[in-house]
Design a protein around this ligand. Structure first.
Ligand SMILES: Nc1ncnc2c1ncn2[C@@H]1O[C@H](COP(=O)(O)OP(=O)(O)OP(=O)(O)O)[C@@H](O)[C@H]1O
Ligand SMILES: [Mg+2]
Length: 210
């Protein structure tokens, strides 16, 4: 999902874990209105990485397993590889035992995003919602992440809001929002060819890369 800033991407994604409910219409998962599901079950089914993820002031290790404290450590490490956490975790003074946050190490915005991504992978949810999860990482790191995340997310439904072509182009289906309305939908290739808002958002990146 993409669209200009303020188009409503975050507002739309936040409906899924029921941070709030729609005033009109409904959200269906597998044909069921999510208001008919037990909230706890819904929240176990949907893992969301918010646009500015918040980490807890506890060791990195516990931040990673916050959604699933009994996760086997080798699974956590695999998630850290895929989400680009392993890259910097081993360089921290106490590795995965490093205390994060106010009283500990202040991670950069991009590092926090990657920890939140790894945490969502560890959670093992069937639906993963990623709200602009790589906005704070450089394009090269992002490309690397997109490649690694694809296999790590295989078999799950992934909804992702992004401003980057390299992220949106791996999607099976892209949706463009503008001023709260879906204005285009299709495969990324179709939308680039269509010459609408999607093409004007990303067309330049394509010609620059060509
Ligand atoms: N809590 C809120 N109360 C009222 N209006 C809000 C609230 N949060 C967002 N909005 C408004 O709703 C609209 C959509 O915002 P939203 O954050 O969903 O956009 P977005 O597409 O995620 O933008 P960005 O790309 O900057 O993240 C904007 O006009 C915004 O100002
Ligand atoms: Mg947003």
């Amino acid at each position: 999902m993409c669209g200009p800033t303020g188009a409503g991407k975050t507002s739309l994604l936040n409906l899924l874990p029921r941070f709030y409910d729609p005033t009109d219409g409904r959200v269906l998962v597998g044909g069921v209105d999510i208001r008919d599901l037990v909230l706890e079950d819904l929240r176990n089914t949907v893992a969301i990485v918010t646009q500015r993820p918040i980490l807890f002031s506890i060791p990195l290790r516990d931040n990673l397993t916050a959604a699933r404290p009994d996760a086997p450590w080798d699974e956590v490490l695999a998630a850290c590889e895929a989400a680009g956490v392993a890259q910097f975790a081993t360089e921290l003074a106490n590795g995965y035992d490093t205390l994060i946050g106010e009283r500990g190490v202040n991670l950069s915005g991009g590092q926090r995003q990657r920890v939140a991504l790894a945490r969502a992978l560890v959670a093992g949810a069937k639906i993963v919602v990623l709200d602009d999860p790589m906005s704070a990482v450089d394009t090269q790191t992002e490309r690397h992440l997109v490649e690694n995340l694809r296999p790590a997310l295989a078999g799950r439904t992934v909804l992702i809001a992004t401003q980057r072509l390299s992220t949106v182009e791996v999607a099976d289906r892209a949706v463009v929002l503008d001023d709260g309305v879906v204005v285009e939908a299709g495969t990324p290739e179709e939308l680039l060819r269509a010459g609408g808002l999607f093409a004007s958002l990303f067309g330049e990146e394509v010609s620059a890369a060509a």
